[in-house]
Design a protein around this ligand. Structure first.
Ligand code: ADE
Length: 233
């Protein structure tokens, strides 16, 4: 969402790519610049022209990732944004997590082999040294196309030890895998999935503080990546 991307774009002093690096009708908007010797590109999924709100969920995420990887040929992709966190996995509001793996909790296809395809379990780039250096929590990220969840979604998230619930990472992982580009997830917690507050209310209350937490952590992540091989992370 723009509210998640904007503070980071400002902090890193990135500029919108003009002319556009990804041309329409794809709705994503890209911003580029240098940070500690790295070329950094932030990709925002843009706004829905019919509803005037940010494009969210797995469909815009996979389209943007596919086109951005083609346009920028990155060494690594970072899915950065907000998420719900599971207190049972140690998450608290405002925590910033590194993802270890992704799954989908809303692609239930009870047919031979399609069941595993639907779950779409994929490992993320292992970053144990980065995690220790920055003192971040880590866990499995579960993606789906709803801010809420069904009992069945919860059963799947619990069975796979999800620590975080959001709406993009598994789709981004799918597009990155097509190009064999490693993916990291850096996610700030806006709401507690296994808590007692209504998600939308808690999300809106904490969106800006979580985006601020993200904006203070991401430059540190980039600083740690600079000059290192992926295996050193
Ligand atoms: N983004 C922030 N909180 C979320 C939640 N609980 N579910 C999905 N996406 C989110």
């Amino acid at each position: 969402m723009e509210a998640e991307a904007k503070p980071l774009i400002q902090t890193l002093e990135l500029k919108e790519d003009v002319p556009a690096k990804i041309v329409g009708p794809a709705p994503c908007v890209t911003f580029s610049g240098e940070h500690q010797g790295l070329s950094v590109h932030v990709v925002w999924n843009g706004r829905c022209k019919d509803h005037g709100v940010d494009n969210v969920g797995t469909v815009p995420a996979s389209l943007s990732t596919y086109l951005a990887v083609l346009a920028f040929k990155p060494d690594v992709v970072i899915s950065a944004g907000t998420c719900g966190g599971f207190k049972a996995q140690g998450a608290a509001i405002g925590d910033v997590f590194l993802g270890t793996a992704v799954i989908n909790h809303d692609r239930r296809i009870p047919l031979p082999s399609f069941d595993k395809y639907g779950l779409g379990h994929a490992q993320l780039l292992a970053t144990p040294h980065l995690q220790a250096a920055l003192g971040l929590k880590s866990g499995v990220v579960s993606s789906g196309n709803s801010l809420d969840y069904t009992d069945k979604c919860m059963e799947i998230m619990t069975a796979h030890g999800a620590a975080l619930k959001e709406m993009e990472a598994a789709a981004i992982a799918w597009a990155c895998a097509l190009y064999k580009v490693p993916l990291m997830c850096v996610k700030a917690v806006t709401d507690i999935v296994d808590g007692d507050r209504p998600t939308a209310e808690e999300f809106l209350e904490n969106l800006h503080s979580a985006a601020a937490a993200l904006q203070s952590t991401l430059p540190k992540v980039l600083g740690y990546l600079a000059g290192k091989e992926l295996a050193q992370l």
